[in-house]
Design a protein around this ligand. Structure first.
Ligand SMILES: [Fe+2]
Ligand SMILES: [Fe+2]
Length: 287
């Protein structure tokens, strides 16, 4: 079994400062095998925002798989936007915007879906699909294969294909061929999980889709700050959603969703909703 903490859309520059230390404490207490950050570390790709994001990452456990989001590309500096869009990300966060991780039970590949030519929407290209294909085809038998992007490859209704990363439909057969298991993304600041079988009718294939909300920012979309904890094994994956409780000053697990591997790919198993008495609280600061 492997544990992954999935945070996203931190938006340093628009962070709710109350969330940061409890989040750090929660992640350290969970001691995950991998920490995943699916983009939008900053609000406007300013140096001071990247520095704050860097300081935040420094106190989290590793390894860390961090990919950029559209907010990590400068909006107004057109020269940098055109010729060095990831300059700040590479300087302060990670030189490689498409990092990978592999052990005998877990393979993770990050891809950069940001593009200079579009502000909000992202895109994938053939070289990137080749990169993920190569990584997943090298994976040991039974290892869970996780793709991390900022812009999602799938979203539940009522989202249309226009909300998805560019060329998502072209990517899916490649991901099916290399047996991708989990697609992690952010961007919409809404936490939701499901599988790809509704949108993509691919024989004997459905990947698990896990969207993270915004973990620390005030750019909320009618739901609290949150992050995901995934526990992965060959045939079962659970997704725990930790929600921010401002009155208590902590993140607590409030929803656990289970997914099982079937002959047709990943499918949801009966959900377990924790009662208030069963809430899992981690990293609580001692008074
Ligand atoms: Fe965002
Ligand atoms: Fe975004």
């Amino acid at each position: 079994m492997r544990t992954l903490v999935h945070i996203s859309d931190l938006h340093f520059g628009r962070v709710d400062p109350a969330t940061v230390e409890p989040l750090t404490a929660a992640i350290r207490a969970l001691a995950p095998d991998v920490v995943i950050v699916s983009g939008d570390l900053t609000q406007r790709a300013r140096s001071e925002e990247f520095r704050a994001a860097r300081a935040f990452l420094e106190v989290l456990p590793g390894p860390q798989i961090v990919v950029p989001g559209n907010h990590d590309v400068p909006l107004y500096n057109l020269a940098i936007r055109a010729f060095a869009p990831l300059r700040g990300f590479k300087k302060y966060i990670a030189f490689d915007p498409e990092p990978g991780y592999a052990d005998e039970e877990l393979v993770v590949q990050g891809l950069n879906t940001t593009r200079s030519s579009t502000w909000k929407n992202g895109r994938l290209n053939g070289a990137q699909l080749e990169k993920v294909r190569a990584a997943f085809e090298r994976a040991p038998v039974g290892a869970v294969r996780v793709l991390v992007t900022h812009h999602p490859l799938d979203l539940p209704a009522p989202h249309s294909r226009h909300d998805l990363v560019g060329r998502a439909a072209r990517a899916m057969p490649v991901l099916a061929a290399c047996r991708a298991d989990v697609l992690l993304a952010g961007h919409f600041h809404r936490a939701v999980s499901g599988d790809t079988s509704q949108r993509y009718d691919i024989r004997q294939f459905a990947a698990l889709v896990v969207q993270a909300g915004t973990t620390t920012s005030t750019r909320l979309r009618e739901e609290p700050n949150s992050f995901n904890l995934l526990k992965t094994s060959t045939d079962e994956i659970t997704v725990d959603r930790y929600l921010w409780r401002p009155s208590e000053g902590l993140f607590a697990s409030q929803l656990t969703e289970r997914f099982r591997r079937t002959a047709d790919g990943w499918r949801r198993a009966p959900a377990v909703v924790a009662s208030a008495a069963e809430d899992v609280v981690v990293g609580k600061q001692m008074p």
